[in-house]
Design a protein around this ligand. Structure first.
Ligand SMILES: Nc1ncnc2c1ncn2[C@@H]1O[C@H](COP(=O)(O)OP(=O)(O)OP(=O)(O)O)[C@@H](O)[C@H]1O
Length: 224
């Protein structure tokens, strides 16, 4: 499967945010977007998902234009930056609601056993985020849009999330953005940055310096 988003043009009031964006994502290749705060990464994911209407955009799946909001097709799932599971729902109920196996989850995240009967808002922010990320990753949707899946998560759990991303990419298109750039670089098969409103395909870490995302010193640390 191939997802393409083309010619995105987004303005908020009189301010131009995105212009002429192109992004291509495929199954078996995790596609990542890096960029400075406020460059429009979350907006781009929302535009693909269909929850933000830009001035112009064209989303195609296997070359076929998506003519309605993408989320209405049931083919796409989206991890927003904010919590999305209603706070009164119990942890166990959340797994039922999202048709996901609690037992399978415990195999990867055994420390959550004690939270089985807790309400979701009784968990820490990071614990809640792990569950929300996991439920999106395990959903039946063929296209997954992940906005900051690594933020607020402890390193050991990030490794688990990355392993699940690697498993899921075999059959799903995954587009993700996060500022944990070392983790992003590790999972990324294809990498874009948004710079001066436009998308740029990244060839290597030098590009990330040239497009003003990393300092030379940060680049040197990655290469060690
Ligand atoms: N609803 C809105 N109304 C007006 N401006 C908005 C709105 N949503 C986002 N913006 C602006 O659009 C720009 C892009 O925001 P967006 O959240 O897409 O950036 P981002 O790259 O995801 O940032 P970050 O890395 O900080 O999460 C920002 O300047 C933001 O202030």
């Amino acid at each position: 499967m191939i997802l393409e988003v083309d010619n995105v043009e987004l303005n908020f009031d009189q301010t131009s945010i995105l212009q002429g964006i192109y992004l291509k994502a495929e199954t078996q290749k995790v596609t990542c977007v890096l960029g400075r705060n406020g460059c429009g990464k979350s907006s781009l994911l929302k535009i693909i998902f269909g929850s933000l209407k830009p001035k112009y955009s064209l989303v195609r799946l296997n070359k076929n234009p998506i003519t309605k909001k993408f989320f209405q097709t049931g083919l796409v799932n989206y991890l927003p930056q904010h919590h999305y599971i209603p706070k009164e729902v119990s942890v166990k109920k959340a797994f039922q609601l999202y048709s996901c196996s609690w037992e399978a989850f415990l195999k990867d995240f055994d420390s959550f056993l004690v939270h089985k009967n807790a309400k979701i808002n009784e968990l820490s922010g990071g614990e809640r985020r792990i569950i929300e990320t996991y439920l999106v990753l395990q959903s039946k949707a063929k296209v997954l849009l992940l906005d900051e899946p690594f933020s607020n998560i402890a390193p050991l759990q990030i490794e688990k999330i990355k392993q699940i991303i690697q498993q899921q990419k075999e059959e799903k298109i995954i587009v993700l953005t996060d500022h944990f750039y070392e983790d992003v670089l590790e999972v990324a098969d294809v990498l874009y940055t948004i710079h001066h409103k436009r998308s740029h395909l990244i060839k290597d870490e030098n590009d990330l310096v040239n497009f003003g995302y990393l300092t030379s010193a940060q680049k040197a640390t990655i290469q060690q």
